[in-house]
Write a protein that binds this ligand. Structure first.
Ligand SMILES: Nc1ncnc2c1ncn2[C@@H]1O[C@H](COP(=O)(O)OP(=O)(O)OP(=O)(O)O)[C@@H](O)[C@H]1O
Length: 334
């Protein structure tokens, strides 16, 4: 388990001081994947460096399995840092070392015997499906394979926390998918707490149990992915929901954005909605997908302006939710 309490990082002093992380707070339990998402400049890289203590936070705590890493002196920290394995963007492998030699690196630093290192490296490369590529150099591996070597290396010292810092950036969709499968697999097998830092919304829906949105150094919103997806008011939920291009409403119609809530939505909900408001309902666009066994999504509908005020109640009664701010702003001029 990893707990981040009130983590603050300020660069510079006095008038030049820049606060890059501002009282960041979250906890990730063993066996859980917590994603941190944010736009460029939000502080993601700084957060990653402060979590594994490559950068000392200005204040706040990083606690792993009850041990406060932020209190430790440099020598104790070197030992304690082994509890956090990091997978970096572009794997960060040494180009003059083979896959096996890269995985062996943390074990060599630790002074593990050659025989033990060999056995452990073989086991790790087998776990990530790269045994046949053990003697290849990074340039002889695909981007996805390099990231698998990165995972093997991160697991070498048997950490309880895995930190993935933009590790899928630059991978093609198939390599991303297989990286995420492997991450899920090692999380389950080793009961790891995973902190998954990314700017890619679609990977979050595929992998994370919970997610926090980093905005100007603060966690502006956090929660279970499914809860955020079902919350029509959530900024993060809106960004995470699968979107599809909508066609235009006819003159005199109102555009209504509806969040699909799976709890008890009848299959013929559009017909029922039309009956309840006494007017036709046109589907302009929509997408519903399965997330953690819950179908979530988003619809863009058009209804006659005269019937628009009946829509929120009728939609609510069907187990869906309407974004009234959008509806109010979207009457199409006749
Ligand atoms: N050493 C530093 N001194 C001063 N400011 C810094 C330093 N490192 C980072 N920053 C600032 O902190 C802010 C956050 O940077 P950071 O690299 O953590 O963001 P990010 O979310 O990872 O962005 P990206 O996705 O573009 O990599 C930026 O405004 C950056 O200029």
């Amino acid at each position: 388990m990893i707990e981040i309490h009130d983590l603050t990082k300020t660069y510079g002093r006095g008038a030049d001081a820049v606060t890059v992380l501002d009282r960041v707070d979250f906890t990730v339990s063993a066996g859980e994947i917590f994603a941190v998402v944010g736009p460029s400049g939000a502080g993601k890289s700084t957060l990653a460096q402060c979590i594994n203590l490559l950068e000392r936070p200005t204040s706040g705590e990083v606690v792993v399995n009850g041990e406060r890493l932020t209190d430790l002196d440099a020598k104790s920290l070197r030992v304690a840092r082994r509890r956090i394995g990091t997978v970096f963007q572009s794997a960060n492998l040494l180009s003059r070392r083979t896959a096996a030699q890269n995985v062996a690196l943390p074990l060599e630093y630790l002074g593990v015997t050659t025989a033990q290192t060999k056995a452990r490296v073989a086991e790790l490369l087998d776990r990530v499906g790269l045994s046949p590529h053990a003697d290849k150099y990074p340039h002889q591996l695909s981007g996805g394979q390099r990231q698998r070597v990165g995972i093997a290396r991160a697991l070498a010292l048997r950490p309880s926390v895995l930190l993935s810092d933009e590790a899928t950036s630059g991978l093609d969709p198939a390599a991303t998918e297989s990286f995420l499968d492997l991450l899920r697999e090692v999380r389950d097998d080793l009961d790891l707490a995973v902190v998954f830092i990314t700017h890619e919304m679609d990977t979050i829906v595929k992998i994370a149990d919970r997610v926090g949105r980093l905005d100007h150094g603060r966690i502006a919103e956090q929660g279970a992915v499914v809860d955020l997806l079902l919350d029509p008011e959530s900024v993060l939920g809106e960004a995470l929901r699968p979107q599809s291009a909508a066609s235009s409403a006819a003159p005199g119609q109102v555009v209504v954005e509806v969040t699909h809530n799976s709890v008890a939505v009848p299959g013929d909900w559009i017909v029922q909605l039309s009956n309840q408001i006494g007017a036709p309902v046109s589907v302009l666009g929509g997408h519903v997908g399965d997330v953690a066994g819950v179908s979530v999504g988003h619809w863009t509908l058009a209804v006659d302006a005269a019937a628009a005020d009946k829509v929120p109640d009728a939609v609510g009664a069907l187990g869906l939710a309407v974004r009234t701010d959008v509806a109010a702003a979207s009457v199409v001029a006749a």
